[in-house]
Design a protein around this ligand. Structure first.
Ligand SMILES: C[S@@+](CC[C@H](N)C(=O)[O-])C[C@H]1O[C@@H](n2cnc3c(N)ncnc32)[C@H](O)[C@@H]1O
Length: 371
């Protein structure tokens, strides 16, 4: 079956997601602002969930149309082939949002979409009532500039939830963003990765998963695993194929340090759960004592941003210290992600490359030094 998909993503990651989907044999891949569209089949549905490092979730795009009124929304929704997905007994709650559109009441839109899907299924299944006790088909809608798009979520919990981080310290980086920082820093399986402010270890763990080519979703479950359209054989085949891709011949090593002993304890546990503890070493260490133990080093850091008044001075003192510690040298590269637009001033050098990224709702930049 040919399926259209949509990946909503953190702003700045669209290009990376488009590339990883192309590498999974996705077709018609198009990166737009905040989302990536593509098409494929049921196997790709499972593959994208299991293998994607940067996507937030994989949605089936059921259809989209212009909607200026509730009638437009009702008729447009009713015209879509919901019976291709939702069975007689399945559960289909609706959620979504509307932005810059004539239809702005989310609860009214939700109720109208639900009614339209019920009407469609009533005629197709010739039954008056849906018990909704079966598999979950979470419907999602977005209405942007009067264009409604209707989706079904295949993932369930966000794909950043790999399963290795039940515990985190105060300001953890999203796993998808940590993986993206490793990718834009050109991390390879023969590199030595350092994070001297590693907190719960996310950058190092994502780096190790990437270096070993371990699919991030290999050990977790997805909503679509209970769907009639994607029976267990599909998931088994895709999990086995992803497991085959694991690289064994790696020289990769990662070194994490943090001033907070509790963060280091959590980071060790997380690395163990992720199955990469053999490749990562953690120490309690102040940044002022940081010195890479190897000649070559890929350093990636997510320091405190100092968002609250009073903390900014401390954060900037750390940027100054980083400027002294992160000296240019052959085989060394440094990537720092921060929301502080004056970062370069305190660090003391202009970045060789900058890249805009969002850490949740916070607009950040990755400052990259490799010369
Ligand atoms: C934004 S958090 C990093 C979060 C991490 N990326 C994660 O995913 O959990 C910043 C970290 O810097 C650490 N830190 C602050 N000052 C430090 C210093 N002088 N030396 C080393 N680590 C420090 C904090 O303990 C905190 O864990």
């Amino acid at each position: 079956m040919k399926i259209d998909f949509c990946v909503p993503c953190l702003l700045g990651l669209e290009g990376l997601i488009a590339d990883e989907l192309r590498a999974m044999d996705a077709e018609d891949v198009r990166a737009e602002n905040g989302r990536v569209l593509f098409s494929g089949d049921e196997y790709l549905l499972a593959r994208a969930n299991i293998r994607s490092r940067f996507a937030e979730r994989i949605l089936v795009l059921v259809g989209s149309f212009e909607a200026h009124s509730f009638e437009d929304l009702f008729q447009g929704t009713k015209a879509l082939p919901w019976e291709d997905w939702i069975g007689k007994c399945d559960l289909f709650p609706v959620k979504g949002y509307s932005l810059n559109s004539d239809l702005f009441s989310v609860s009214d839109c939700q109720a109208i979409i639900k009614k339209a899907v019920v009407e469609r299924l009533k005629t197709k299944y010739k039954i008056p009532w849906f018990e909704e006790t079966g598999s979950l088909y979470q419907l999602q809608f977005s209405i942007m500039k009067n264009r409604a798009s209707l989706y079904i979520d295949t993932s369930g919990r966000g794909l950043h939830k790999r399963g290795y981080r039940p515990a985190a310290n105060a300001a953890p980086l999203k796993e998808t963003l940590a993986a993206a920082l490793c990718e834009i820093s050109h991390l390879r399986h023969y590199h030595q990765l350092y994070d001297p402010m590693c907190g719960s270890g996310t950058i190092l763990i994502e780096g190790a998963l990437m270096a070993l080519n371990i699919a991030p979703g290999l050990y977790r479950r997805f909503t679509a695993e209970t769907w009639a359209q994607t029976p267990p054989e599909i998931w088994q085949r895709e999990r086995a194929a992803a497991a085959e891709l694991r690289r064994r011949d790696v020289d990769f090593r990662a070194f994490g340090s943090d001033i907070d002993p509790e963060a280091i304890r959590i980071a060790r546990e997380n690395a163990h759960r992720a199955g990469v503890d053999k490749y990562v070493t953690f120490e309690v260490w102040d940044l002022k004592d940081f010195e890479p133990q190897t000649e070559k080093a890929t350093v990636i850091v997510n320091p405190p941003y100092g968002e609250r008044l009073g903390e900014l001075r401390d954060a900037r003192a750390l940027y100054r210290l980083m400027g002294e510690k992160f000296m240019p040298a052959k085989g060394r590269s440094y990537t720092v992600i921060t929301a502080d637009e004056d970062f370069e001033k305190y660090f003391g050098r202009k970045a060789d490359k900058r890249r805009k990224l969002y850490n949740g709702m916070i607009r950040c930049q990755a400052y990259m030094y490799f010369k």
